[in-house]
Ligand binder design. Sequence first.
Ligand code: GCV
Length: 696
Amino acid sequence: MVILSVGFLGVQNAGAEDGYRLWLRYARVEDPALLKTYKSTFSSVVVQGKTETDRAILKELQEGFQGLLGKSLPTSDQPQEGALIVETPQSSPQFFPPRWEKELQDLGEGSYVIRSMEVNGRHVTAIASESPVGCLYGAFHLLRLLGTHQPVENLDLSEGPKVKRRVLDHWDNLDGTIERGYAGKSLWKWQELPGHVDDRIRDYGRACASIGINGAVLNNVNADPKILTSAYLVKVAALADALRPYGMRVYLSANFGSPKALGDLPTADPLDLQVIAWWKVKADEIYKLIPDFGGFLVKANSEGQPGPNDYGRSHDQGANMLARALASHGGVVMWRAFVYQDSVDKDRIKRAYKEFTPLDGKFDPNVFIQVKNGPLDFQPREPFSPLFGAMPKTPLAAELQVTQEYLGHSTHLVYLGPLWKEFLDSDTYAKGRGSKVEKVVTGELDGHGDSLIAGVANTGDDRNWCGHPFAAANWYAFGRLAWDPSLDSQVIAQEWARLTWGNNDQVVAPIVDLMTRSREAYVDYTCPLGLNGVFEKDLHYAPDPGMVDPRREDWSAAYYTRADAKGLGFDRTRSGSDAVDQYHKPLPDRFNNFKTCPEPYLLWFHHVSWDAIPWDGKMPCGNTLWEELVSHYGNGVEKVRLMKQTWEYLKGKVDGERWGMVDEKLKQQVKEAAAWRDKCLKYFQGFSKKPIPNNS
Ligand code: GCV
C-alpha cells in the first residue's frame, strides 16, 4: 500500500488535457532554480543538416524548449555560448570530433552521444550521431532528461540500440477496423490515401521515434491480399514517405496465398516457378515505390491462413521463397511461429516447438522466426516459449502484445513492463546459466547480426491514442525495452509517469506504485497460480472458465483448466504431456517437480491433485490448493481496490480530465475484478465442493 503523505501540490497540472500529447507534453519546468539552470545551459541551436529528419529535429527541439522552458531557441550557424549542436560527420564536419565516429560505429545504427563540451572556448552541448535519425533519438533523449528534470550541465552520454529492428505490428484491417484493437479505428485512412496523409501520422512517427521504434507493419497478420495490389501500394508508399523522417520503415503483412487470391495464378505453391516469379515482380514493384521497405510479416498455416503446408511444403520452403524475392533489396521476412495444428501434438503449447526446431539452420539469413513470448497466446502469465534458446542457427524475433487482448482491453489498468521483463529476464539455459531470453533476442547469445522485437500495437484513432490513458505507458515501455531490454520496468514507469503526469514526487510515486502492482493484481483476479485460457469466447475479456467452444477443443477453457473432483491444472510433467522436456536443463526437472516448480507456473505444468484428500493436500507454500486459490482471487480484488484508492488520492493533483477518465475506468475495473473472482471461484467450487469465504 502506498503511504499517502498529503502535502500541498498546487494546481500546476490542472489545465485540460486529453492525452493526445502522450509523453511528449513538454510541460513547463516550474522549479525556478532548475528553470534558471536549464535556461542558462541552452541559448541557441545549431542544426546544419538539411534532411527532412534534420527539419524534424529542429521542430521538435523548438517545440520542446518552448514548452519546457517557455523560450524558443534561436537557430544559429555558429556555436555560441550555450549552443546545442546537432551534428553528423556529413552535416557538421567542422565540429564533429573524428574519435567519436569509431565509438558510434561500435554502438551501432541509430546510436548517438550527448556531451557537454567546449568549442572555441564556448560551453556547448553536442548531440552527435552517424546519421540524422541517430541525432533525432539523441534530441528526444535530451528532451526526456529535461522533461524528467535531470541535470544537463555536464552530460557525457552514449547510447545505441541493443535490438536492430524495433517494430510495431498493427493488426489493422483495410476496412479501418483493428483486430484486438480497443482504441478506435485504424490510424491509416486508406480511402484518403495517397492524396491526403492525415497530420496524425507525423505525430505517430514522432511518438515512435521518441522511444526508438523504427518500424511498423501496417496491416493485420490475418492479411487481406489486396494490400499488395498496386492501388494499395501507392497508399503504403505515402505512409512510408510520411514516416521516413522519423526513422520509421514500413513493413507489410503478406497473405501467403496472394498470387492465387489476387487472381493472377492458379496456385501459391512456393516451389512453382511462376509463383516465385510473381513474388519477385511484386517485390520489385514495392521497392520502386518504397526503397527502404522493411519486408514481409507472414502468418502461414495458422488459424486458417494459407501457407506452404497447403502444397505439402514446409515453413522453410515458404519463408525462403519470399526471402529470396526480398534479399537483393535488403528486405527481411518475419515468419511467425504461431502455429498449433492438433495433428502435431495433443498439447497445444508443444506444437510450435515440434514444428520449428527441426527446421533450425534451414532458413535463409534474411528470415526471422517471430515467436510470441509464451507458448500459448499472450496470456496474463505464461512461462517463456521454449523456442527461445532452441533454434541457435536462426535469428528469433520476440513478439509481444502491447494491445491488451487478454489483459482487460482498454478498461483495466495493467502496466505490462513487468510482464515483458519477466519474459526477457527468463533464463533459457541454452548455453548454461545466464542465457537469458534477452540475449537470444538481441542476437548476442548465438552471434546473429540482425535482431528484431515486435509489439502488437495498441494504437487507434481515439483522441488519446490507446483508449486508456495508462495504456500509453505500454506503448512507451515497449519502445524503451525494444531499444534496451535490460532496462528496469519500474524506471521506465517513472520516466513515463513524470513525462505524462508531471514531476511532482507526490504524484509520481503513487502512480508508479499502482502501475508496478497492476499486472500481478490482474493475474491474481483472473488466472492465478499458472491457470490460463479462462476467457470468454472470441472477445477474451470477461471470465468464462467453463466455456466450451464447439469449433476446437483447444479454444475451450476446460482444455486449459482441467478442473476435476481431485484438483486443478494441466499435467505437463513427464507423466502428462511432457512439455517440461522442451526446455533446457535444469528447467525440465525444476518444472517437473511439484515442489520446485515456481508457484506462478504451478497449474500450468501440474494437475495439482491428491487422491486421498482431493483439493486438501498442501501446496509447497503450506496452504491447501483451495486456500491458495481463494486467497489469490481475493488479493487480486483487494489490490485493485487499493489502486482505486491511490487514484482517489490523486484527485486535484493531476488534471481533472484525465483523472476523471482513469477514475471511471478504475471503478469498472474494481467491479469486474470482483466478478472475475466470483465467477471463477464458483466454477472451481463446483469441483472442490469447498466453501467460499464471504467476500464483500
Ligand atoms: C491476429 C490470437 C488472437 C487473434 C490473432 C492471433 C494471432 O489467436 O485472438 O486475434 O490474430 O492470435 O496472433 O495470429
